[in-house]
Design a protein around this ligand. Structure first.
Ligand code: AP5
Ligand code: ZN
Length: 217
């Protein structure tokens, strides 16, 4: 199975992808995570991407499609994949078609998380994650069960993303509206898009996605 989770910043793509990894052994391919890892490691890609990401703009199509190709090659052909934060432009959508075809894969589903923009700023500015294992939390919607302790790994260190401030979020949303939302019709025409209410609680969104996957063959 190859699915795309599509939605603006803060829609819940990463949250839902983590659930699918846990429950179905699918693999999440998040270009945002790959780029942040490259920044942290100080690779040439990371050095190039950092300023662009901090400004909330999009990194070049060739860089992100290159990262996706490398990751697909590292996976066995039978591993199910969730694309999170990719594709984000028409050029990336085209590149993904080619990357999948070259590897004998086909795109089964595009799940759009539909959300209200005003809620996204609140979601993103309240977000934090475990510095050790990366588990995601929120100041109001998903606090660790024991205060100050990661549910998953027990670490006491947490971090926030440098691009999770209101000004950068507004730029990220404008990028989504201008460059990413316009790719939806490409997939609508193929009849593979399902819209899910991303404003519902996390468990309900997960249930809705599970239902879609159960009927996708
Ligand atoms: P990326 O890392 O992809 O960020 P993004 O698209 O802005 O998405 P987020 O990670 O912010 O949101 P999400 O939808 O995963 O939400 P989450 O589940 O965390 O990209 C970052 C940057 O990298 C880009 O700006 C760009 O510069 C670059 N980049 C990446 N990919 C690129 C590409 N393909 N091309 C070019 N450049 C690229 O949820 C948010 C919060 O809300 C969490 O705290 C969560 O707990 C909470 N939450 C989630 N769901 C719910 C719910 N249903 N109810 C209540 N709270 C919820
Ligand atoms: Zn942890």
């Amino acid at each position: 199975l190859n699915i795309i989770l599509l939605g603006p910043p803060g829609a819940g793509k990463g949250t839902q992808a983590a659930r699918l990894e846990e429950e179905h052994g699918m693999v999440q391919l998040s270009t945002g995570d790959m780029l942040r890892a490259a920044v942290k490691a100080g690779t040439p890609t990371g050095l190039q991407a950092k300023a662009v990401m901090d400004a909330g703009e999009l990194v070049s199509d060739s860089i992100v499609s290159g990262l996706i190709g490398e990751r697909l090659d590292a996976l066995g052909p039978d591993v199910s994949v969730i694309f999170d934060g990719y594709p984000r432009t028409a050029a990336q959508a085209e590149a993904l078609d080619a990357l999948l075809a070259e590897r004998g894969r086909k795109l089964d589903h595009v799940i759009e998380l539909v959300v209200e923009e005003d809620a996204l700023v609140d979601r993103i500015t309240g977000r934090f994650s475990c510095a050790k294992c990366g588990a995601g939390y929120h100041d109001r919607y998903k606090l660790p069960k024991v205060e100050g302790t990661c549910d998953v790994c027990g670490s006491h260190e947490f971090k926030r993303r440098p691009d999770d401030n209101e000004e950068t979020v507004r730029t990220r949303m404008a990028e989504y509206r201008g460059k990413t939302a316009p790719i939806l019709p490409i997939y609508e025409e193929r009849g593979i898009v399902t819209h899910v209410d991303g404003m519902a609680p996390i468990d309900e969104v997960n249930d809705a996605i599970e239902t879609i996957l159960a009927t996708a063959t």
